[in-house]
Design a protein around this ligand. Structure first.
Ligand code: 5GP
Ligand code: ZN
Length: 114
């Protein structure tokens, strides 16, 4: 997707603080962090949201969850705990329509979310 902001980050057309990268996924720090650790993890293939995900993408999406756990370790919040969030659609507040997993931690997170 040529005009997708996260695809531009994948292509390195827009700078980002990259935390982790492999052939399938990219993780980078959120530009407007909502917690001391706020990293976004995305697939390198464009997928608008969880709503469009197909079963044959289950491996890729599951891999992101496992990498989220490892990135939590890299960020030093694996013991204190963290939250992984996938906003989906208007009521969730999803702003960027390239699926992304928010990894949040480093402070006590409120529940229920606002
Ligand atoms: P959403 O509300 O769609 O779940 O989350 C989108 C997230 O992307 C927001 O937390 C926002 O701060 C972040 N974001 C939007 N544009 C950029 C950008 O250009 N660079 C980075 N690093 N994060 C971005
Ligand atoms: Zn994209």
């Amino acid at each position: 997707m040529s005009d997708c902001i996260f695809c531009k980050i994948i292509r390195k057309e827009i700078p980002a603080r990259i935390v982790y990268e492999d052939e399938d996924i990219l993780a980078f720090d959120d530009i407007r962090p909502q917690a001391p650790v706020h990293t976004l993890i995305i697939p390198k293939t464009h997928l608008s949201s969880l709503k469009e995900a197909e079963l044959d993408q289950a491996g890729l999406l599951g891999k992101i969850l496992i990498r989220a756990r490892e990135i939590a370790g890299l960020k030093g919040i694996d013991s204190s705990g963290y939250r992984v969030v996938v906003n989906t659609g208007p009521d969730s507040g999803q702003e960027v329509y390239h699926i992304h997993f928010h990894l949040l931690g480093g402070r006590r997170l409120g529940w229920p979310p606002g």
